[in-house]
Design a protein around this ligand. Structure first.
Ligand SMILES: [Zn+2]
Length: 653
């Protein structure tokens, strides 16, 4: 039996809260927080995060320190306290870490005990709606984890206040462009109280909020954002064209269509998230699963950057879009970000991060200024390179991913079509209430480094339901066995359903095909992939400390080896020209030192492909002719290579 099943301090089980009429039904629901616990490499990764900057940020960064406005001090009183809490809360409870819970509790308690008579929450020095949108995300998670009876009345009083105030003091700038994140919290409360005024609030947020569906119905921002364009947008305060092309705003906007569909019932809204991502991919897509945003949309050149906030906000949007729509495509993208872009932008110990990461990142130094609007420190590894938003906001990435691995399907509790959903793959244990039973599920796997995923399904008594397993679009030929018995062939890009009476001791084993593949990017360049991992040439790194930053430091990274290779891969049968070597999946699997998978390829240098000011020039149009001698290069997971080439030119045959 799973360790969770026998833990004496296992929390009380709650039924999953479903959407209340007239809010439409999600395809899937996230389980009540606390249901999923990380194991294996995922737990090790969360411990790295807890032992790194996330678990100590308040000790070394005044913006979330003792003088924070969100603790009643005179310091930073805007988004940084709530940002930090939005990731610290799930991290602390996933790890059941008393030290981290105590840190989070101080912020929560201050907010819960300092609501103003009119219902307003937060520091009195500003009345911006935006940081409160983030605080609501943090408080709803905290309530699910603790059941603290103070939370729902506080949010209820705040929303009533906001409904009365918004006509006089409407959403502006960040709050206007990120209204859909508040809509999630309003829906969360409606599902628990049924108070009809919340539907009025939702309609008002939609009415005052930016029309993202219109932006993507006729997408105009199809090229790199120019300084001239932003200059046009200058004036008093932030202007719409600036905010509409802002990377983090677009990342948060991905969820807008599905969230609003819950009220509108309009199919165009439901399908809008996929349309948004397809447009972003077409004009700004990068091999790490991100769109370029440094910090405005910046085209498909893999030397452009993506902001860390946009990575974690895209992940959160994808988790919500997957839950509402049930479209497995979002799960594929979620894993691509979680297993590449997210770990790729931190040092191995998670004490330092970048503001901007690049798929073709040949130097991280002060030399480089190719960004639309970001400063020269943007791709340094450090405490708060360029700007401190990511420092405060990054903590939510891994914990929310962990909480999204297994979901519940089905519109209603009595629905015979309800069941479990394996939404994403990583080692974890689940303990949940399902109809009248308790179910323990253990997901045992070294995915994404290996292709085998095993589920132990242990209901307290036998119960019939469909268990849906996401088969990624790349996984043609995946097989499923239940208690050793082969199931019908699993189609890629859909959820495979296994419906049966589940009994204690049942075992499911999924085998995903793990031969290497190639994908095509800017100028017909080639990226090598295997499973959900993207692979990069790890360029020799020389780390030079720029300055001490309290408990951490800022670093420049310079290349010590050549990187200007074109690869010689077979376009039709790439696996024939790519050799895979596996090593143990230990702690820190996203590090170069312990890379669990390496792929070798034949390559030749392209002398005319150079760097300028520390940035690789745009990858040359493939195929390229080169008379340089053939060499063998070794590729490692994208995240392990802190200096890297990911999109290669292909050698002319
Ligand atoms: Zn940021």
């Amino acid at each position: 039996m799973s360790a969770l099943a026998t833990a004496p301090d296992a929390p009380a089980l709650h039924a999953t809260t479903r959407n209340l009429h007239p809010i439409g039904s999600n395809a899937f629901y996230l389980l009540p927080l606390g249901s999923i616990r990380p194991t294996g490499w995922l737990k090790a990764q969360l411990l790295i995060q807890a032992n790194g900057l996330s678990g100590h940020l308040d000790e070394t960064w005044p913006d979330v320190g003792a003088n924070s406005g969100w603790l009643g001090g005179t310091g930073e009183s805007w988004e940084r306290g709530p940002y930090y809490l939005d990731g610290l809360i799930p991290l602390a409870w996933l790890l059941d870490d008393a030290r981290l819970k105590a840190k989070a509790q101080r912020f929560v308690d201050w907010t819960l005990t300092h609501q103003q008579a009119n219902g307003m929450i937060g520091p009195v020095t500003n009345d911006d709606w935006w940081p409160r949108i983030v605080m609501l995300k943090a408080l709803t998670q905290y309530q699910e984890l603790t059941g603290d009876a103070r939370v729902i009345p506080l949010i209820d009083k705040y929303f009533q206040h906001q409904l009365a105030e918004l006509p006089k003091r409407p959403l502006r700038d960040w709050g206007k462009f990120r209204w859909q994140d508040e809509a999630l919290s309003a829906i969360w409360l409606f599902n628990r109280t049924g108070a009809a005024y919340l539907l009025d609030l939702l309609r008002l947020l939609h009415q005052q909020g930016y029309d993202w569906m219109a932006q993507y119905a006729d997408f105009k921002y199809t090229g790199p954002t120019t300084a001239a364009f932003l200059k046009l947008a200058e004036g008093n305060g932030l202007k719409d064209p600036d905010l509409a092309t802002h990377g983090v705003n677009n990342a948060q906007a991905i969820k807008t269509g599905p969230v609003w569909w819950l009220l509108s019932g309009n199919e165009t809204d439901r399908s809008a998230a996929r349309k948004m991502l397809e447009e972003l991919d077409r004009y700004h897509g990068l091999p790490n699963g991100m769109f370029s945003c440094d910090e405005h949309l910046d085209g498909r050149d893999p030397s452009q950057g993506s902001e860390l906030c946009s990575v974690v906000e895209s992940m959160f949007s994808l988790e919500q879009a997957l839950a509402v729509t049930g479209d497995p495509w979002f799960g594929d993208r979620l894993e691509r970000l979680a297993y590449n872009a997210l770990p790729g932008t931190f040092t191995d110990d998670m004490w330092a991060h970048q503001y901007n990461q690049e798929p073709n990142q040949v130097e991280c130094s002060l030399h480089r200024r190719p960004w639309v609007s970001d400063g020269p420190e943007s791709n340094l590894y450090g405490l708060e390179p360029n700007f401190g938003c990511c420092t405060a906001n990054f903590s939510q990435g891994w914990p929310k991913f962990a909480n999204s691995l297994v979901m519940l399907a089905g519109a209603q509790e009595s629905d015979v079509h309800d069941g479990l959903v394996a939404a994403a793959y990583a080692p974890c244990e689940v303990r949940m209430k399902f109809r009248d039973t308790t179910i323990f599920v253990a997901q045992e796997t070294e995915y994404p480094f290996r292709g085998t995923v095993r589920f132990a399904v242990n209901p307290s008594e036998q119960v019939r339901f469909p268990f849906q397993f996401r088969i990624p679009a790349w996984a043609a030929g995946a097989t499923i066995r239940v208690n050793g018995e082969a199931q019908p062939p699993a189609e890629p890009g859909v959820f495979a359903r296994v419906e049966r009476y589940w009994r204690y001791g049942d075992r499911v084993e999924i085998a995903f095909p793990m031969q290497p593949r190639i994908s095509r990017w800017f100028n017909d360049s080639v990226a090598v992939e295997r499973g959900p991992l993207v692979f990069s040439l790890g360029i020799g790194e020389d780390w030079v400390k720029l300055r001490e930053r309290g408990m951490t430091a800022d670093w420049q990274v310079f290349p010590t080896a050549p990187w200007n290779y074109a690869v010689d891969v077979d376009s039709v049968a790439p696996a024939k020209t790519l050799q895979v070597t596996e090593a143990e999946v230990g702690e820190g699997p996203f590090t170069a030192k312990h890379a669990p998978v390496r792929i070798t390829a034949k390559a030749r240098k392209v002398p005319e492909w150079r760097a300028e000011d520390g940035a690789a020039n745009p990858v040359p149009q493939s195929p390229v002719a080169t008379s340089q001698p053939e060499e063998t290069i070794t590729l490692i997971p994208y995240a392990a290579a802190k200096l890297r080439i990911t999109a290669f030119p292909q050698c002319k045959a």
